[in-house]
Design a protein around this ligand. Sequence first.
Ligand SMILES: Nc1ncnc2c1ncn2[C@@H]1O[C@H](COP(=O)(O)OP(=O)(O)OP(=O)(O)O)[C@@H](O)[C@H]1O
Length: 985
Amino acid sequence: MASSSRRRSRSPVSHRKASSSASSTSSFMSNKPLPPPRTCSSSASSYFNSGGGHGARFMTASRSRADSMYHDSRGHNAGTPVAHAPEEIQLEAPKSGDSVSVTIRFRPLNEREFQKGDEIAWYADGDRMVRNEYNPATAYAFDRVFGPHAATQEVYEVAAKPVVQAAMEGVNGTVFAYGVTSSGKTHTMHGDQNAPGIIPLAIKDVFSIIQDTPGQEFLLRVSYLEIYNEVINDLLDPTGQNLRVREDAQGTYVEGIKEEVVLSPGHALSLIAAGEEHRHVGSNNFNLFSSRSHTTFTLMIESSAHGDEYDGVVFSQLNLIDLAGSESSKTETTGIRRKEGSYINKSLLTLGTVIGKLSEGKASHVPYRDSKLTRLLQSSLSGRGHVSLICTVTPASSNTEETHNTLKFASRAKRVEIYASRNKIIDEKSLIKKYQKEISVLKQELDHLRQGMLIGVNHEELLTLRQQLEEGQVKMQSRLEEEEEAKAALMSRIQRLTKLILVSSKYSLPGLSDVPNHQRGHSVHEDDKLDVQGDSENQTDPLSSIAVLACGPSYEFKHIRSSSGRNDELSPTSSTVTESTQVGELIGTKLLAGGMTSNQKDLLTEQVKVLAGEIAFGTSTLKRLLDQSVNDPDSSKSQIQNLEREIQDKRKQMRALEQRMIESGEASIANASFVDMQQTVMELMTQCSEKSFELEIKSADNRVLQEQLQNKCSENEELQTKVNLLEQRVASISGDKLSSSSADRISEDVNELRKKIQSQGIENGKLKLEQVQLSEENSGLCVQNKKLAEEASYAKELASAAAVELKNLASEVTRLSVQNAKLEKELSAARELARSRGSSNQTVNGVNRKYSEGTRPGRKGRLSGRSHDFSGAAGDDFESWNIDPDDLKIELQARKQREAALEAALTEKEIIENEYRKKVEEAKKREEALENDLANMWVLVAKLKKEGAPTPESNTDEQHSNGIDNVDDPKANNIENNNILNEGA
Ligand SMILES: Nc1ncnc2c1ncn2[C@@H]1O[C@H](COP(=O)(O)OP(=O)(O)OP(=O)(O)O)[C@@H](O)[C@H]1O
């Protein structure tokens, strides 16, 4: 056994041979428990006998188990390690890559388990084995087993990273965590700030892969859902409840799920965090924050090489699933928790059944539809991508059975075969396909020719024919290349128009590098170091702006299979047409509103470029068809005609766009006054805020001065009391006999104090004056400020009214122009009709005259009068000419009526035109008035500035101390404002 194990470690081939003969291995392969390992002593002798070849392994196993047993979170010794014979450890997991990758992760014993006195029942025996402590024969091998102290990063590197990398290359991938409640699924998938889980690590990795993949464009979208009590809820959109699983050629999907384009890792994580808020979480006796629903975080990755390297778009999906934990009878739940638990268990049971069926490899019915979870996982489990299963387990003896069940499930999953391959979406309608088909048809023809011509055709003729065909092929090839170039150019435009693209910041996109303000490395989130072209704030690329417009401001998508993530619908024509329409509509609306930003002009220019590209492409195809038509004129005639028509249409569209661009230039000139007005409003607002700031400073000064004044007043009062005291003393002792010197001293003191008080008084007066001035200034500023604010809002209102008016006028102009054109058309048609009628009448009259003159001279006078005045006799004449005179009468009558109607319409039109002219004049007047108002405002502002000092107002001290009162009086201010405005006017 030992030698077999050694051999295996050197050569996988020999191992396979050995394993097929080894009973223990076959036992593993059938996932039956392993035979018991030898006892400790025998194992030791065996170890030594075998020359220590397994020593390392044995040590690893022991260490790993010891890890489980000793190094729990509290450092307790949870059991006694028992050494096992190394030679029994000879199992190796099947090679991953063609089967589900299965990883086991142990968590440490938790507080609860310690308190219960739980022991280690299962342990990681080496890197690939899980063994039962009490029955060492029971062991299972997997791709990888992690002990309780492995970091999530390690688990990620092994169990998820390869799947993520493959997904970035176009292979679907699913990573899911399975295990009983509280075994560590959420810890593994989500983690926390200190130990981020698989999901955040995968997101980080995805973005760094983008960064490290120059020459490749990526579009990332995410969705996040939960299955709660067999109901699918959208975690990114709380309104998305009870969604349905659908199926199409690409597999199962959730209908109506919200998909958000993500631009940075931070962005994606914030979406998850937001989604987590809506996830159902509750507590049970095992876990305070037990997940009550299964969650699926899906990353949809679209990628394509850009520029000349473009060879189609690859679409792949990466599903990161955190399952709810199965609950045993030990889980104490009641009411709603119990109901949740039964739903969770039922779906996990179905998952087990599905895995079981799949692992049998028979073509039997797989009950995917028995639960939402399996239905959703159907595409992944049926082998269309990589699947990595991370089973989280607890080593605790109280959960032996549950852990054993998880291991059995994991073993079954290990046997499920997968056939992951790169998804490639090739547009079947693409020209390459078409020409490839044409070439193969030609080749077939050549073969037929060869066969048919071998008899009766001489060698020279055959050679000439072959040469001709080869030349044709070369020609075809070169044309194919030309058209490919044109197509690639178009495709890249379309790609950029329809997508927000993430590209490595190491290299710049050739098509985008010439955009002057395009800032590389700009990000939406601070942690994002990637270039984000779809950032609307940094949107200088007109193409990206189209994408933003097309996607809506929040870059949201609702999942509609037929149009969202599937690139096979990215046919060049359809995309271009849709975008043209959108852009056309947008531009149309903006033009009617009379304004056009530089971005919109860029859009127009870009659309013109797209049309030019399409025309070039069409012309090239036309050339090819014309060449073909030389040999077969009938077959391609209609195609040529259609193509010519298409080219003509596109040229017309291009001219119309160019015309619009010119008109927009004119419109922008007409709109200059409105823009000026807006600028004025902005300036007024700025002034307003400046004045507010000044006001705040003045108020602060005022407060300081008031404080100073109060201090001085109190000082003054103190001095006054001193003086009074001294005076009292002087008075009291005046009766006494005082020495003249002391009396003099006292009177000197008194005088000094009086002087001090006087000077203090003067100072106080000054301060008061200053305060009054400041208060006045303050209130003046307040008034000014208020006025300015009102003026600004008035100007704003005027500006918006003018904008509305301008918009209305523009639409009125368009309506009238259309009406005008219609009327003119009608009028010219009527005139035409009248002319033709006139000439036919003349002819009739002429004939009639001739006829009358020749045969019935008596009737001449009547007929030569009004052409439509026919008598019964004349009717007889017309009858002989097969013309019904009544019909003619009716017709003439109708013509008269039509003429009258047209005249009425013309008059109406003139009236409307006059009205319109009046309106335009009114608008102009209004505009002038607005401009006058604005000019007045400017004068006023200038005056205010010039005056500098505020309008003196007779404020009392009280008012000064509360200067705002006056300012807040709306009546007073309105009157004042009106006065000022009137003055200005
Ligand atoms: N490998 C680990 N290392 C340290 N602590 C862990 C580990 N795994 C899980 N835990 C801890 O165990 C507790 C339960 O883990 P978690 O919530 O991830 O379990 P769960 O399997 O998702 O449970 P449920 O199915 O009820 O949602 C958490 O407090 C978590 O921090």
